[in-house]
Design a protein around this ligand. Structure first.
Ligand SMILES: CC(C)[C@H](C(=O)O)[C@@H](O)C(=O)O
Ligand code: SF4
Length: 422
């Protein structure tokens, strides 16, 4: 008998081996247990149709399925209302979890509810399901059919992705954030530079859970299948997570690509229209007039993001030619921001506050853009037509830059605001 070959593994290979029934490497086919299946409102109708009509199946483990009403919530049209009604009825009939209007954006909610854990496999009907990699879960987005198959069988099959290693070194300077690091990463990799690969991010004990979510969230914008942040220091255990020893990548694992990002030289960054990898220094885009600023989304709608925005906006007013929309990512974020006065600061500065959820992120409601308008958003996509008219322009930035822009009425850095008030 020959001894089984054992080679060093990447984090993706580790998780897919552990959740399957044998050791796998990049390129292998893996059949794995799925720990959580997430379905968003916009896809719920197709999901239910696949389950009931095509598969004639019930969820194998209802406790492993969550439906979140977040993308167009509260409903904006009769059709949307009807689809959400069906989602509620389906949840009641099958016993799957339902997070209804106002609870928040799917990825934020699952994370808050502990429905993504280190070493788990979490599949979502949403491309930004890479976000779960923040807590070392293999999170990935799939279409309604794959999601339904996973819900019906409790398993999924996939080709084990190759991995890209991204190493973060140095420390961020003040005013520079994880969003800037994430945008820089996407610029370096390119919009399709990591197609079907797993981006494995090595950051030591840098970055909070929320910042790790921002990094993992953006990974899909380089085409990645997953975006895994290697747990470092006590970051995850401090949040109460159990990090299994087997989740860490091995020394000497195979990477198809390796890049390093020195955080200490990074300046605030911004994606200009209409690709996420079209990244520039904010300083070089300064001065462009902006009609709408949107602070929120699964990328940057967390409490620390609202704090960063409030720190810049406190004592200032939103520019008269600009509107500022602030939408907390979840009801939990909203509560915290109510309790600690952040929302009052934002409201007094002239922000328009919205119901926790996706808001105008994908242009369905609550802040759609007209032709020729310019928006600075803390989200993750600036594609043509994403937030409304095809002739609107979207720039992506951190909450601090978005807040400074709202005050100045034009693309600005937080230090520009200080210069004006001095
Ligand atoms: C509606 C949903 C399927 C979509 C996604 O897959 O990401 C949306 O969340 C987005 O950000 O474009
Ligand atoms: S906030 Fe935006 S990017 Fe995130 S899930 Fe919602 S629509 Fe998609």
């Amino acid at each position: 008998m020959t001894a089984p070959v054992s080679r060093p593994q990447t984090m993706a290979e580790k998780i897919l081996s552990q959740r399957g029934d044998h050791t796998v490497y990049a390129g292998d086919l893996a059949v794995v247990e799925v720990d959580q299946v997430m379905v968003v409102d916009s896809i719920a109708q197709s999901f239910i149709e696949r389950m009931e009509r095509d598969l004639a199946a019930k969820p194998k483990y209802p406790e492993r399925v969550s439906i979140v009403v977040d993308h167009v919530a509260p409903a904006s049209t009769v059709n949307v209302a009807q689809a959400q009604k069906e989602a509620r009825e389906y949840a009641a009939a099958t016993g799957v979890r339902l997070f209804d209007v106002g609870r928040g954006i799917c990825h934020q909610v699952l994370m808050e509810e502990g429905l993504a854990q280190p070493g788990w496999i979490v599949l979502g009907s949403d491309s930004h399901s890479t976000t779960y990699g923040a807590v070392a879960a293999f999170g990935s987005g799939m279409g309604a059919t794959d999601i339904a198959l996973a819900a019906a069988s409790g398993k999924t099959w996939l080709r084990v992705p190759e991995s890209v290693k991204v190493t973060f070194s140095g420390e961020l300077q003040s005013g520079v954030t994880a969003k800037d690091a994430a945008l820089e990463m996407i610029r370096m990799l390119g919009a399709d530079g990591a197609t079907y690969q797993s981006i494995e991010m090595h950051a030591g004990d840098r970055f909070t859970r929320g910042e790790r979510m921002t990094l993992a969230n953006l990974c899909v914008e380089a085409g990645a299948k997953a975006g895994l942040v290697v747990p470092g220091g006590e970051i995850l255990t401090d949040y109460g997570y159990h990090v299994p020893d087997w989740v860490y990548p091995d020394e000497g694992a195979d990477y198809v690509q390796q890049i390093e990002i020195d955080l200490s030289v990074l300046r605030p960054r911004m994606s200009a229209p209409s690709e996420v990898d079209n990244v520039h220094d904010v300083a070089d885009l300064r001065g462009l007039k902006v009609n709408q600023v949107f602070i929120g989304t699964c990328t940057n709608g967390r409490i620390e993001d609202l704090h960063a925005a409030a720190a810049v906006l406190k004592g200032h007013k939103v520019h008269p030619n600009t509107r500022l929309l602030v939408i907390p990512a979840s009801s939990q974020v909203m509560e915290q921001a109510l309790e600690d006065g952040t929302l009052l600061t934002l409201q007094r500065a002239g922000a328009v506050l919205g119901t926790p959820g996706c808001g105008p992120c994908m242009g369905r409601h609550q802040g759609v853009l007209a032709a020729g308008e310019v928006c600075v958003s803390t989200s993750n996509r600036n594609f043509i037509g994403r937030m409304g008219d095809k002739d609107a322009q979207i720039y992506l930035a951190s909450p601090a830059v978005a807040a400074a822009t709202a005050i100045m009425g034009q693309i600005a850095l937080p230090e520009d605001v200080l210069a004006v008030s001095a």
